[in-house]
Design a protein around this ligand. Structure first.
Ligand code: NAI
Ligand code: BGC
Length: 282
């Protein structure tokens, strides 16, 4: 079936089972897009979920209600991931509510695009502090809780799992988006170095590197038929990704099915990283 800009890929994803039962999770930026889908995916897989948001309380509350409708516990937590005090308070609330955390998906991220010579320091700083410093603050809070508790063998082989939402732009350069690509490239080595450091504590740290996924962050690339057709020239699999494609990857990475996986970027991009322009020669 050929895809177009309005094709929705709502056919149910395969259900992986309740493989995260008893493992409370926190997802940042979970009131929209990929974060919302990941929060719901983790809940479908059995996890109770803390839904972080920075701006839209109503949208976060709606996600909480959906999770509760699946029979899990959930709470909405307001907090800016780039602010140390907010992150500390958010983790304290989630841990006090659920008793502990086993899974942290650091998903919050922004784009503030500009040609390099027009990019303001404010645009640079906003992207780096949310996309990179925010990852540091959330991962640090997660590691402290995972080390405090250690492995609970009744629940998981690992003491905890951190999943960083990166991007194909951790390895694909992106003109006009230098701040964003720098944040995701930095995140790749943050994730790998941290994975190396905490592996002896049975803490797994991985990234998901999505390609183009249909969310509010990139509306201009899929909203019109012309933009969608142009996007398809970058995607060998010939469809845009849906947030549930990323949720499925997150559920697997968070589960013991991925117990020997740490320090890895799971690329979920329909082949965008495969130099598609070489498909017809080179
Ligand atoms: P989105 O704009 O729907 O989600 C970003 C979320 O982060 C929003 O809910 C926003 O409120 C939240 N957020 C922004 N600043 C925050 C802060 N300071 N503290 C807490 N939350 C904050 O867009 P999308 O696509 O769902 O983005 C999620 C992540 O996925 C981002 O890290 C993005 O870089 C990444 N990504 C997205 C791709 C796509 O094609 N949609 C592809 C590759 C990566
Ligand atoms: C960006 C999206 C873009 C995708 C593929 C993501 O990291 O946030 O805007 O569509 O990469 O280029």
């Amino acid at each position: 079936m050929a895809s177009n800009s309005s094709t929705t890929w709502a056919a149910p994803m395969p259900f992986l089972g309740e493989i995260l039962k008893g493992q409370p999770a926190l997802v940042t930026g979970a009131s929209s897009g990929i974060g919302r889908a990941v929060a719901l995916g983790l809940a479908r897989a059995g996890a109770d979920v803390a839904v972080n948001y920075s701006a839209h309380a109503d949208a976060a509350d709606a996600v909480v209600r959906e999770i509760e409708g699946l029979g899990r516990r959930a709470l909405a937590l307001k907090g800016d991931v780039s602010r140390e005090a907010d992150v500390e308070a958010m983790f304290a609330s989630a841990i006090s509510h659920f008793g502990t955390l086993h899974i942290v998906v650091s998903n919050a991220g922004v784009q503030r695009d500009a040609a390099f010579d027009a990019m303001t320091l404010a645009q640079w700083d906003e992207v780096i502090t949310i996309n990179l410093t925010g990852q540091f603050l959330c991962a640090r809070a997660a590691v402290r809780e995972f080390k405090r508790r250690g492995v609970d063998a009744a629940v998981s082989r690992a003491a905890g799992k951190i999943i960083c939402m990166s991007s194909v732009h951790q390895h694909i350069p992106w003109a006009g988006h230098v701040n964003y690509a720098a944040s995701k490239g930095g995140l790749m080595l943050l994730m790998q170095s941290l994975a190396q450091e905490v592996a002896p504590h049975f803490i797994r740290v991985n990234s998901i590197a999505p390609g183009a996924i249909r969310t509010p962050i990139n509306t201009s690339t899929w909203q019109t038929p012309a933009a969608y057709a142009d996007l398809m020239t970058f995607i060998p699999y010939k469809r845009i990704g849906e947030p549930d494609d990323i949720a499925q990857a997150a559920v697997w990475l968070a589960s013991d099915a991925a117990d020997y996986v740490t320090g890895t970027s799971l690329v979920v991009d329909g082949g965008m990283s495969l130099y598609p322009q070489f498909a017809d020669g080179g």
